[in-house]
Structures are given as structure tokens and as C-alpha cells.
Design a binder for this molecule. Sequence first.
Ligand SMILES: [Mg+2]
Ligand SMILES: [Zn+2]
Length: 190
Amino acid sequence: MRRAVFLDRDGVVIEEVSYLSSMKHLALFPWTIDAIRALNRAELAVVVITNQSGIARGFFTEAFVDEVHREMSARLAVGGARIDAYYYCPHHPDGRVTEYARSCDCRKPGRGLVDRAARDLNLDPARSFVVGDKWSDIELAHAAGARGVLVRTGHGVDELRLDRGDAADAVVDNLAAAASWILKSLKSEV
Ligand SMILES: [Mg+2]
Ligand SMILES: [Zn+2]
């Protein structure tokens, strides 16, 4: 079983724009390509795990989310970086699109998406990492037995004001620093 790095999408891999619903607002952070390529080279599976309740809320469709992910992969490929798979939760209990308006086990901090990815890609969550900009990402990490890294991009700075700083295994500036922390952790295990 492989180790993985589960990446939150909005505010971690791409700019947080509050319900990305137009391709023209899609922007990788300047360090995203290098950070993901470094994880690829370390032979870690790189998997995006994202809550997309905008689908349940009727802001955009699953087809649009798939299109965003194709575009992200195309931009990453230009720099030799690769996301191995994308998993998203389209649900929300208060959604207005009937088919998605329910509670589920895949909305983070639930571990449904991690379990699905682990089955599909033969991953070992307990030896893996989660990088996110919300405490719910850190809760997911610990629910899955993984280590959780909180970044200060996206919602990260606001989340840190909630004073739960000791819950994360590391708090770092951005995805580049998160990748460095992960690679250093792996080296120190050997
Ligand atoms: Mg986020
Ligand atoms: Zn869900």
C-alpha cells in the first residue's frame, strides 16, 4: 500500500475564491507546481479531497467541477506535476438541489472520500498526510489516522484565530512549506 498526501483544493492548491464557479477565477498558487512535483518525485500518491457543497447549493454542476480538475491537471502537467486523482463531496444538508441535499459520510471531516481513494488507489491512510486550510481538514487527518498539516493560505489565518493550533501536526505558510515538512518527516523515519 502506498502513502498519500491528501490535498484540500481551495485555499491550498488553488486560490480560495469562495465557491469557484467560473474558470476565469481558477488560479494555482505560484508554488503549487513545484510543491506537487516534489511530492510526485518522492513517490507519494497526490490526491485532492474537496468539499464542493456549491453543487448542492446550485452554484455549479458536477460537470463544471470535473472541468476545473481537468484544467488544473493540464496546468500542472506543463510544469511536470501530477495529481493522481480528485475526489469531491457534492452534498450539503441545507442544499437546494434535491439529489445532493443530504448529510453524507463524504463531507469532510468525514473520512468517506479518503476511504474511497484508499480503496481505488491502494493507499494506506494511516501512513499518509492531509494538507488543508481548515480545522476540518485536520480533523479528517486524525480521523483517518494520518498526520494533518494546516496552511496559512486560504482560510488558514482565520482558522488559526480559533486557537486550536496544537491540534495540527504542523502549521506552515503554504503548500510549498507543507511539502517540505512532509518530505523531511519521511526522511527522519528512515
Ligand atoms: Mg480549503
Ligand atoms: Zn458527501
